[in-house]
Write a protein that binds this ligand. Structure first.
Ligand code: FES
Length: 378
């Protein structure tokens, strides 16, 4: 352990200890990602012309326990249809009595438009508990590089706010990309936090100046040259990236080109359509079940259904009328995580479950296909 590590080791531990203290001293409880609660909107903040933050408290007023970088799956009835979407929590866990999500209005975006048009103080929303592995506590580091674009700033904002609240004074370089200066989310707050903490350095790069003719920052996209200028030691940093899939692909390419260790690269995106290719269904094998058909039993409800080996368990459950919480359907968000009590599945996920959860028997139903009869804890 070098001298810098020695200085930061207690601070890294402090993250966990303070999160525990905040939760338990105030009588809070864990809110599992499989459990829905009602949240009440307390405040709506206009962040930019098309991005709002929605702040919520729980119905029982208890604090919410989560890690910076995690997300919630919110659900609402939109035009008579039940819609669920994942949003990263932008508030820090150090302020656990409120949780906020920061949402960009997207053309044709069912949930984002509904939230922008309908969510007001006093209105309620159902949400599943916090989930996700895109957190600095999963990859502790003494030096970090946060890279975001657009509303991808939200998980990194939660991490930054938490670090400042805890007085950790972490060595963080935060580079945010935006279309124009007017599109920079949390611009003033990030600049203010950087003044508070000399070890937090914040940079913005914009594709164009828009209406801000006196913008004196760089114009264009993040390049290896800019990265080397702002974070000359980027090879030594743990990198956390969040943004649209195209942005993250470009960033990943830049870092690889520059020689950054891919094992120290972490990314998060719910821009799933462009970013994560669904796994093709495997060819049907002659399995134990009749012609690749298996039986799935549910231990809690005592229901059962049969399904094809080519179908995902989530899709088969829905066809059988079984309500299963889900959101991305791509093995990313973790919402459909369920304990497999008996049997085996072929799971091809995209980061929505941790190895230790798999070892404990959990599986993501949206990306799991049966290879035997199953019993699920549902
Ligand atoms: Fe997102 Fe299954 S629904 S991981």
């Amino acid at each position: 352990m070098n001298s810098v590590d020695k200085i930061f080791a207690p601070a890294l531990d402090l993250d966990n200890r303070l999160a525990d203290a905040l939760t338990w001293e105030h009588g809070g409880r864990l809110w599992p990602s499989s459990e829905q609660q009602t949240l009440t909107c307390c405040r709506v903040v206009d962040e930019t012309h098309d991005i709002k933050s929605f702040e919520f408290r729980t119905a029982d007023g208890l604090p919410v326990r989560f890690e910076p970088g995690q997300f919630m799956t919110v659900s609402a009835s939109v035009n008579g249809q039940s819609v669920e979407r994942c949003y990263t929590i932008s508030s820090p866990p150090t302020r656990p009595f409120l949780v906020s999500i920061t949402v960009k209005r997207v053309p044709g975006g069912t949930m984002s438009n509904w939230l922008h048009d309908n969510m007001k103080p006093g209105r309620e929303l159902r949400a599943y508990g916090p989930s996700g592995t895109f957190t600095p506590t999963a990859a502790p580091a003494t030096k970090s590089l946060y890279l975001s674009a657009g509303s991808g700033v939200t998980p990194l904002m939660s991490m930054t706010r938490a670090s400042i609240d805890l007085g950790l004074n972490r060595d963080v370089i935060f580079i945010h990309s935006a279309r124009t200066p007017a599109d920079i989310v949390f611009r003033e707050e990030l600049s203010r936090l950087a003044k508070l903490s000399p070890r937090l350095r914040v940079f913005f790069v914009c594709e164009g100046v828009g209406d801000e003719a006196d913008w004196d920052g760089p114009i264009g996209r993040l390049s290896l040259q800019l990265l080397s200028q702002w974070a000359p030691d980027y090879l030594e940093r743990e990198v956390f990236t969040c943004g649209p899939a195209g942005y993250m692909n470009a960033v990943r390419g830049l870092l690889l080109e520059g020689g950054h260790d891919p094992a120290r690269y972490h990314q998060e995106s719910f821009d799933i359509g462009a970013g994560v290719a669904p796994e093709p269904a495997p060819a049907v094998k002659e399995a134990d079940g009749a012609c690749g058909t298996f039986t799935v039993k549910l231990s809690r409800s005592a229901k059962s259904f049969t399904m094809s080996a080519t179908d995902t368990v989530l899709s088969a459950a829905k066809k059988a009328g079984v309500a299963v919480a889900s959101s991305c359907s791509q093995g990313v968000c973790g919402t459909c995580k369920t304990k497999l009590l008996e049997g085996s599945v072929d799971m091809k996920h995209n980061g929505g479950i941790r190895d230790r959860e798999v070892q404990k028997g959990f599986r993501l139903l949206c990306c799991s296909r049966p290879t035997s009869d199953l019993v699920l804890e549902l």
